[in-house]
Ligand binder design. Structure first.
Ligand code: WQD
Length: 345
């Protein structure tokens, strides 16, 4: 069956990677996945096939393995683009294991870009994060806001990877790059077949909420209600993972179609709306009818008080806009939690 071409998705078995793979296939692309399954499980491939009717080619290896990476590129010399998700993403873990995070997130970035240069592949989408802004001086935060000293090794690796990409392109490499600065991805595909699969105790808010509602966790701790916000809890720009996934298709097609205005671009990928921790709890209870057992706990080290995106540039340049509501996000996360737990029983 003819397709629009082949896209390599590193980390394609992960939370955002699997949702992006589904949207790529829906848009007529053939997808090749590289994933070391350090933060996902093999059954996700079956779920991608169940949703789309097509099974991506899956290479299980670590991007630190340069030989395996070279062989994979040699087997797929006609890639139209690469979307690079594979990286450690847990802020707290990065503080405990900085050497792992610097090696894993930085060396893999170098390896992928070197392979792209060797095989003359041009289009690269990088999974960046609003973490690069720290606590912005002004809200909503625009792409022109200053990058602040990172609050964690994880956040610093995102800043360094953006510089690696920008400098590689500036050196004259035949690479076009777009960095997408995600805000807070939450929710799951409407089928409930794929979603966030935290290993161990979830660090992120919504998975902890859904596991508490399901009875896996005793009680949710709200990390601080004494911030300078309307209800005292931290504010974030939560974005549905499917809206986020669609932004990747728009970004790679912008470069494939030669629509990029410079060879290095970056865009905020958020909704432009800020919701507090209590707002998320209220939305979850309203959309699901479930009660969340929570207590207010001390602030969590490293948390910024509030951030939400100015999405003007991304909306105008990419012609992309987040569509799903906070209630759709919380309900879809609950449906995934229920489906996943039942499948494990
Ligand atoms: C959101 C809010 C917590 C858990 C981080 C990374 C970001 C991205 C997403 C990778 C905060 C509060 C949380 C809990 C709580 N990482 N919270 N109780 O920290 O904004 O972003 O994860 O993609 O790059 O920085 O997300 O979901 O951990 O926290 O009260 O049990 O929920 O204090 O205010 P965060 P989060």
């Amino acid at each position: 069956m003819s397709t629009k071409g082949k896209i390599l998705v590193t980390g394609g078995m992960g939370y955002i990677g699997s949702h992006t793979t589904v949207e790529l296939i829906n848009q007529g692309y053939e997808v090749v996945i590289i994933d070391n399954l350090s933060n996902s499980q093999a059954f996700i491939l079956d779920r991608i096939e169940e949703i789309t009717g097509l099974r991506p080619k899956f290479y299980e290896f670590d991007l630190l393995d340069e030989k395996a990476l070279d062989a994979c590129f040699a087997e797929n010399i006609n890639l139209r683009g690469i979307i690079h998700f594979a990286a450690g993403k847990a802020v707290g873990e990065s503080v405990e294991k900085p050497l792992y995070y610097y090696r894993n997130n930085l060396v893999t970035m170098l390896n992928v870009l070197e392979a792209m240069k060797k095989y003359n592949m041009e289009n690269f989408v990088f999974s960046s994060s609003c973490t690069v802004y720290g606590q912005p001086d002004e809200l909503p935060v625009t792409e022109n806001a200053p990058v602040k000293p990172a609050e964690s090794p994880y956040g610093y690796t995102k800043q360094v990877c953006e510089s690696i990409l920008r400098d590689t392109i500036a050196s004259g490499a035949k690479i076009k790059g777009i960095a997408l600065r995600y805000f807070n991805p939450i929710g799951a595909h409407h089928t409930g077949l794929i979603g966030e699969l935290p290993i161990g105790v979830p660090a992120n808010l919504l998975p902890f909420v859904t596991q508490t509602a399901y009875g896996i966790r005793e009680q949710l701790s709200v990390f601080g209600d004494d911030y300078n916000t309307p209800d005292g809890s931290c504010i974030r720009d939560y974005i549905h993972v499917v809206d986020l996934a669609k932004a990747h298709i728009v970004a790679i097609e912008r470069m494939i179609g030669g629509k990029n205005k410079s060879n290095y671009e970056m865009f905020n990928i958020g909704t432009g709306n800020g919701f507090s921790v209590f707002d998320v709890i209220k939305s979850f209870e309203k959309s699901t009818g479930e009660k969340v057992n929570y207590k207010v706990a001390p602030r969590r080290a490293g948390d910024i008080e509030q951030i939400w995106a100015d999405t003007t540039i991304g909306n105008n340049e990419l012609g992309w806009k987040a569509e799903k509501t906070i209630d759709e996000m919380t309900l879809s996360a609950w449906k995934w939690e229920q489906n996943y737990r039942k499948s494990q029983e």
